[in-house]
Design a protein around this ligand. Structure first.
Ligand code: NDP
Length: 251
């Protein structure tokens, strides 16, 4: 039910953090994973790690905010690996400023990286998913898809948008046998949140106090949900947003 043998998965931002945690899970379930990121050296290192673990992985350089780069990415995936079955829209960024201090460039950078990228990649993946007879799109939201935070207005807007975009895609592509779901990670220890911990005083302790599981998440905590949403086990699940947060969102 969870076997991904013969499937090709594209994971944007799969060279580190949550993306690599999910890429590893998908590869362990049998998929060939294509890691798409801007930093070629980091992607090569991630592929090397996965291959050393006996997993199948490849890396392609892509800027998911750039339409031509996204088009080239899916062209190359199809040329090298013949198919695309799974897309994980994981690449993301944030600019931590109060809304009144955000520049328009900050706003666009966050929206383009977190939301417009999901549109560009999903649109480019669609013909390949159709050709494969169906497929899976997994969009990465956030706790800030559902909560507000003073220093995360652009980020929250983009991640709220990811959930609504997920619902629209799910309805649009259900007839193509393409299931589209979102994952809402809680506080996960990655480069992104290491920056937040340094900038936001007391954040580390506040997260621990509010998370019933009593710990920060690790990238490996996202592997299971990625496999589930990429596999036939979730074939009748579409348009949902699943928190993976140690209980943060219910406490
Ligand atoms: P990281 O900073 O560790 O990883 C972000 C990834 O995105 C990098 O691999 C980076 O690769 C890639 N990326 C950024 N911009 C682009 C771009 N323009 N084109 C291609 N790739 C890009 O962050 P996390 O692992 O923490 O975050 C992953 C996702 O999870 C994000 O969407 C984030 O918002 C979300 N999330 C994270 C949470 C957490 O607690 N960590 C909580 C909730 C959501 P490269 O530099 O090579 O381009």
């Amino acid at each position: 039910m969870f076997d991904l043998g013969g499937k090709v998965a594209v994971v944007t931002g799969g060279n580190g953090g949550i993306g690599l945690g999910m890429a590893r899970g998908l590869a362990q379930a049998g998929a060939l994973v294509v890691i798409a990121g801007r930093n070629a050296a980091k992607s090569a290192q991630a592929v090397q790690q996965l291959k050393a673990e006996g997993l199948r992985a490849d890396a392609l350089e892509a800027d998911v905010t750039d339409e031509a780069s996204v088009t080239a990415l899916f062209y190359q995936v199809a040329a090298r690996h013949a198919r695309v079955d799974i897309l994980v829209n994981n690449a993301g960024t944030t600019v931590r400023k109060m809304p009144q201090d955000l520049s328009l460039a900050d706003w666009h950078q966050v929206m383009d990286t977190n939301l417009t990228s999901a549109f560009l990649c999903a649109r480019a993946a669609h013909p390949h998913l159709q050709r494969a007879g169906g497929g899976k799109v997994i969009n990465i939201g956030s706790m800030l898809s559902i909560f507000g935070a003073p220093y995360a207005s652009a980020y929250g807007a983009s991640k709220g948008g990811v959930v609504q975009f997920t619902r629209s895609l799910a309805t649009a592509w259900a007839g193509d046998n393409i299931q589209v779901n979102a994952v809402l990670p809680g506080w996960i220890d990655t480069e992104l949140t290491q920056g937040a911990r340094q900038q936001v005083a007391g954040l580390h302790e506040r997260v621990l106090a509010r998370t019933p599981a009593g710990r920060w998440g690790a990238p490996a905590d996202l592997a299971g949900v990625a496999v589930f949403l990429a596999s036939q086990a979730s074939d009748f699940i579409t348009g949902t947003a699943i928190p993976v947060d140690g209980g943060y969102s219910i406490s």
